[in-house]
Design a protein around this ligand. Structure first.
Ligand SMILES: Cc1cc2nc3c(=O)[nH]c(=O)nc-3n(C[C@H](O)[C@H](O)[C@H](O)COP(=O)(O)OP(=O)(O)OC[C@H]3O[C@@H](n4cnc5c(N)ncnc54)[C@H](O)[C@@H]3O)c2cc1C
Length: 836
């Protein structure tokens, strides 16, 4: 066994071996993989091998696409048959909402280049004659989709990796991992130690145990998953005898199962409610090719629907039931990328569709390790999208929920319930008493919108007994009413959100943004360090505020910070709530080694209440000694002020485009400040508002968000951040790439679209944008603008089509709408309201 390696991959499942292969393919031949037993002896061995391309996550969709596209070429390259069968995949729809989901997804698929066909029930019957089509609205078909033999695929990757110089040590167990003073890793195994520059953990069901070796609480706990294989069926044998093609993979999403042919019989895999987490403390040291006792009772309701849809399934006996562990994370997507707080330690864990994702995840992780950055936007799978709150108890609840929701309709406004409430700002109960309907981000409860008393729908009216998955609303509130219905279209809360948005514009609104990520940076080198990182200039004067972006080497946008200069060498940074761990980790890893800059995370020390609207000055002025007039307190400045007998950093910025202040206050003073504001606000008609109104208001200002309009896939200047990028600064990360791109020409341009003839479904982001039949871009956000009375979309289009006045078309839920490119900020382009 070698004693030194550039990179050591731990885990010989399909994911680890793919990572090894892709590292070797990138030219790193001094890499090795360590597997405690035989390759594939973890989850990979018992996987059904399906390769579902369907995925509503932009990141995961791209990983799956790469995998399916390259498994064939891997076979050609290595000569190892991977058992790839491109038999296609049909997903059935029984409800209107499911159909909307398919229409929405088809748009995403088109923008990422995945081939999706819409089928009628008759066409389904032609392809799958054993399938009854009663009650079906239609289906979508992925023609390039199918299945592989997971063990053969792993062996092909192993062969390809070895051919490039990589080594694989089987029956070798990693027992400990230490970081040396040099920064290198010492990987201790039962067969000897290896010193390595990089370590990649791809240990499947052992992820938490591996994490413990380096002090990481990895947010992965597996869930049991079963599939049933039947004896051969005469009708399938007959089809085979006649030389007819395999019928492909069938998915009845509304009943939560998949089915395909298997050795003349059928294979059925339900995703049932009630599947338990397993291996909470990792499998045993002896575990290999391990299966659990089957539990068919749990599957009965699903089996019944499967028999109703495909009667042949009930006509033959069960040959075998597989019950194995699938690694899960709280949102069901894998964790692929750098570990937080540790340098050169990488995670490729938490794969629930690991056979499908292995290729793409190995490819992008290898890019990240070798080049320093991935090439596709990995925010959706970044390990740092979960914070320290995602611990054992939370994972148990969330991972079981994620499993049970594999086939539910993925509404864009869905708010899942498990593990909630977890983090509550002190004003939570007050907001609730005012009618707040909460959503959750990064474990925080945040008001999404406010329901007036008595508002809602009787739960009885919503029952859909004809499908197993009736998951389109949260449970009824205390008054017995369901407050919101989740939808791809304008839903029951649409007008309420409109009222909130208009009220902010006409009077004043109060929003809880305590979830914001907050950091303090200070020390003799603070200014120079920040200046060397971000594309904008650092605010020069004490009290000034600037918006600054941390770019990738390639010029894409990795993070966005509001920077408030509080002292000669003291700064307060605010960024998106969901990216606290990501942003902190990124900054921390960039700190200079000489100790001249201090960085601290202060998110939970400060709450944030946003007071916005034309009356906000009068309200706040009545509570503070500070002069809030524009000459004394202009836009984009901040001050520590008193709010009654409490105190806050008041920042004159907001995300809604109205006069207002963000009040960043010691969190323990939040309810005091809240009560003072509400009391003072009574004379000025102050009302609370939620995130959904905020989002509608920000779209009217063309304000960009990560990872939508801002992403590592778009250069900062493509995203229209010209005002915030100073190429004449001496240096900052991404500068050279931007200068180069400016000379060669950009691929994309940011555009704000006025979408015409919208009656019930606004753009949401991810919709394809066309000129004629030519796809020229994608929407990144969308919604209704209540101040402009327009349905709007933000998006990225080919630069030739970004001129104001250009007529384009956007497809929203399969319907084409004319759309006009309009100047940025359709509301108050000159920012007069903000400066007032
Ligand atoms: C019943 C069932 C059906 C499935 N069907 C599908 C499907 O159709 N399509 C799909 O895409 N996915 C499917 N999956 C999921 C799929 O099996 C997994 O996502 C995938 O196999 C994960 O691969 P992995 O490499 O991450 O993990 P694993 O295959 O579990 O590999 C991890 C490896 O790490 C090794 N290891 C752990 N700790 C150490 C250590 N300290 N030292 C050395 N080695 C170590 C283990 O021995 C193990 O071999 C299914 C899963 C189940 C249970």
């Amino acid at each position: 066994m070698r004693t030194h390696a550039r990179a050591v991959v731990i885990g010989g499942g399909v994911v680890g071996v793919s990572t090894l292969y892709h590292l070797a393919k990138k030219g790193w031949d001094d890499v090795c993989l360590i597997e405690r037993k035989e390759l594939t002896s973890g989850s990979t061995w018992h996987a059904a091998g399906l390769l579902p391309l369907f995925n509503v996550s932009y990141s995961v969709g791209q990983l799956h696409k790469y995998s399916v596209a390259t498994y064939e070429s891997l076979q050609e390259e290595t000569g190892q048959d991977v058992g790839l069968r491109k038999v296609s995949n049909i997903r059935l729809a029984r409800t209107r909402d499911r159909w909307d989901e398919f229409l929405y997804y088809s748009g995403i698929a088109e923008t990422i280049g995945v081939n999706v066909k819409i089928l009628t029930p008759e066409q389904v019957q032609e392809i799958w004659p054993l399938c009854e089509t009663e009650g079906l609205l239609g289906a979508i078909q992925h023609v390039d989709d199918g299945y592989v033999q997971p063990a053969d695929l792993t062996q092909a990757y192993a062969k390809g990796a070895r051919a490039r110089g990589a080594e694989i040590y089987r029956y070798t167990t990693v027992l400990g991992i230490e970081q040396l003073a040099s920064g290198e890793w010492l990987v201790k195994t039962d067969k000897g130690d290896i010193t390595a520059e990089h370590v990649i953990s791809a240990t499947g069901n052992f992820a938490r145990k591996t994490g413990e070796m380096v002090g990481l609480d990895i947010p992965v706990i597996p869930v049991e998953h079963q599939y049933i294989v039947t004896e051969a069926h005469p009708a399938i044998k007959e089809r085979k005898a006649q030389g007819l093609p395999e019928m492909g993979v069938l998915r009845e999403a509304d009943s939560s199962w998949y089915m395909r042919e298997e050795a003349g019989g059928l294979l059925l895999g339900p995703y049932e409610v009630g599947a338990p987490v397993c291996y909470v403390d990792a499998p045993s040291d002896q575990s290999e090719y391990e299966l659990f006792q089957e539990d068919l009772d749990r599957l009965m309701p699903y089996i019944e629907t499967a028999i109703a849809r495909v009667p042949a399934f009930g006509e033959v006996g069960i040959k075998k039931v597989y019950n194995g562990a699938i690694a899960y994370t709280p949102d069901g997507s894998p964790i692929v990328g750098p570990a937080w707080d540790l340098k050169n330690f990488w995670l490729n864990e938490g794969h629930s569709f690991g056979v499908t994702a292995a290729g793409g995840a190995g490819w992008q992780l290898a890019e990240w390790i070798v080049e320093g950055e991935p090439t596709i936007d990995m925010m959706g799978v970044d390990p740092r999208r979960f914070g320290p709150y995602a611990t054992r108890g939370y994972l148990r609840e969330k991972n079981e929920e994620a499993y049970a929701n594999v086939f539910t309709v993925h509404y864009p406004d869905e708010e899942r319930l498990a593990g909630r409430p977890l983090k509550r700002a002190p004003c939570y109960d007050r907001m609730k008493a005012l009618g707040a309907v909460f959503g959750s981000v990064y474990g925080w409860e945040r008001p999404n919108w406010f329901a007036p008393e008595g508002f809602g729908v009787e739960e009885r009216a919503l029952d859909k007994p004809d499908v197993l998955l009736n998951h389109n609303h949260p449970p009824a509130a205390a008054d017995g009413k369901v407050k919101e219905l989740w939808s791809f279209r304008r839903s029951n809360y649409f007008e309420q959100v409109g009222r909130e948005a208009r009220h902010v514009h006409e009077a004043a609104g109060l929003l809880d943004m305590s979830a914001f990520s907050k950091f303090e940076v200070w020390g003799p080198g603070a200014e120079a360090w920040l200046d060397s990182l971000v594309a904008n200039r650092i605010p020069k004067k004490i009290g000034r505020i600037g918006l600054a972006h941390l770019l990738t080497k390639a010029g894409g946008v990795r993070s966005e910070f509001t920077i408030y200069r509080e002292g000669p060498q003291r700064f307060y940074l605010v960024s998106a709530g969901a990216y606290e761990r990501h942003d902190f980790d990124t900054l921390q890893k960039l700190l200079p080694p000489d100790g001249s800059v201090m960085l601290q995370k202060v998110t939970t020390q400060y709450g944030v209440l946003v007071l916005a609207g034309p009356q906000s000055r009068a309200i706040l002025q009545s509570l503070t000694d500070a002069d809030l007039s524009t000459p004394a307190f202009p836009w984009l400045t901040g001050k520590t002020i008193n709010v009654g007998h409490a105190t806050a950093r008041a920042l004159r910025v907001n995300f809604v485009g109205e006069l207002g202040w963000e009040l960043h206050h010691p969190i323990e003073m939040q309810t005091t400040i809240f009560d003072l504001l509400m009391e003072a606000g009574r004379a000025h008609d102050l009302k609370p508002f939620g995130i959904r109104a905020m989002d509608a208001l920000r779209i009217e200002k063309s304000y960009r968000l990560i990872p939508r309009e801002l992403s590592i896939e778009y250069a900062a200047l493509e995203s229209g951040l010209d005002r915030f990028v100073h190429l004449n600064k001496a240096s900052f990360i991404g500068r050279e790439a931007l200068v180069e791109k400016q000379q060669v020409g950009f691929d994309w341009a940011f555009a704000t679209l006025d979408v015409h003839d919208v009656s019930d479904a606004d753009a949401r982001g991810n919709e394809p944008i066309y000129v004629g039949d030519q796809l020229i871009g994608r929407a990144t956000s969308g919604g209704f603008g209540w101040r402009t009375d327009k349905s709007l979309a933000l998006g990225m289009v080919r630069p030739d089509y970004a001129e104001f006045g250009t007529e384009l078309e956007i497809s929203i839920l399969g319907k084409r709408h004319m759309a006009t490119v309009v100047p940025e900020s359709p509301f108050d382009a000159d920012n007069e309201r903000l400066r007032a």
